[in-house]
Design a protein around this ligand. Structure first.
Ligand code: PGA
Length: 296
């Protein structure tokens, strides 16, 4: 089935229209039909970031239960992102019950070598991993990852055929200090330096405001949509407008079955990166069903 044609006429301009006359939004206003096709082609992507939770045995039972709950899902893309130790068991389970694709939570930028405790992109590809989360705020905040390190990892992942899910987002102090745009712009410009327009198509961006991660406090759909629109305008400036219209931007931060659908109905929100609420397969299945309903 080809992409659906949905005519898109935005009701009101997002906040950046007034200040940036050549914005991505203006381009959309000139060519609503073309952009509508591109937006319709953005398949929603719902990912479960288990963080440091679940053993390989628990991962196997989780995959079996998720398969029973949702079966084959074609309308959206589902990704399970377990700790490294559970990847082989999960890969085996998903081969029999293809309910999701596989992701990893981190990797090193070198292919191999004396880097005790690290894992390379090549090793992940050998286990049929498709996605890798890079620049998660917990890695930046707790393990000192800089934009430059994130950039090296993104480059290495792309050359190995892994699709990076690149996390960006501001702290509460940065939001209160009106610095959201500055922070997001820096993380995208520095993190994606050197990525070419073909490679952009393999990228997913995850907007995860730090104040919403694991706190139970979700960004409102309006706050999230505003940030997503801004991220898209930055992508247009570092790449080009068609790329910005095509790239998928997930929201992350206390997503749960109760709020997922409303977030996913926003124009620029193309999926969710789910932490805590994804640890229970039934809960995650509810989020998947919500995303399918929104995509129908
Ligand atoms: P959370 O985590 O859903 O538990 O807030 C999201 C994430 O950190 O990816």
């Amino acid at each position: 089935m080809g992409p659906k044609l949905v005519l898109f006429e935005p009701a009101k301009p997002p906040f950046f229209l007034q200040t940036k006359p050549n914005s991505w939004f203006n381009m959309m206003m000139k060519s609503p039909v073309k952009v509508a096709v591109e937006i319709a082609a953005r398949k929603k992507i719902i990912a479960a970031n288990w963080k440091m939770n679940l053993t390989h045995r628990e991962a196997k039972s989780y995959a079996d239960l998720l398969w029973t709950e949702v079966g084959v899902v074609n309308e959206i893309e589902v990704v399970l992102i377990p700790p490294f130790t559970a990847i082989p068991a999960l890969a085996e389970a998903l081969e029999k019950s293809p309910v999701a694709r596989l992701g990893a939570q981190n990797m090193h930028w070198e292919k191999c070598g004396p880097f005790t405790g690290e894992i390379s992109a090549t090793m992940l590809r050998a286990l049929d991993v498709n996605y890798v989360v890079l620049g998660h705020s917990e890695r930046r905040r707790l393990f000192g990852e800089t934009d430059e390190m994130v950039n090296r990892k993104i480059t290495a992942a792309l050359s190995a055929g892994l699709r990076p899910i690149v996390c960006v987002g501001e702290t509460l102090a940065e939001r209160d200090g009106q610095r959201v745009e500055e922070v997001l712009k820096r993380q995208i410009q520095e993190g994606l330096k050197g990525v070419n327009s073909r490679q952009f198509h393999d990228l997913v961006i995850a907007y995860e405001p730090l104040w919403a991660i694991g706190t139970g406090r979700t960004a409102t759909p309006e706050q999230a949509e505003e940030a997503h629109g801004f991220i898209r305008s930055v992508i247009a400036s570092v790449s080009d407008h068609p790329t910005a219209a095509q790239i998928r931007i997930q929201y992350g931060g206390s997503v749960k079955p109760e709020n997922a659908e409303e977030l996913l109905r926003q124009q620029d929100i193309d999926g969710a990166l789910v932490g805590g609420a994804s640890l229970d397969a039934r809960n995650f299945a509810r989020i998947i069903r919500g995303a399918v309903a929104v995509s129908a």
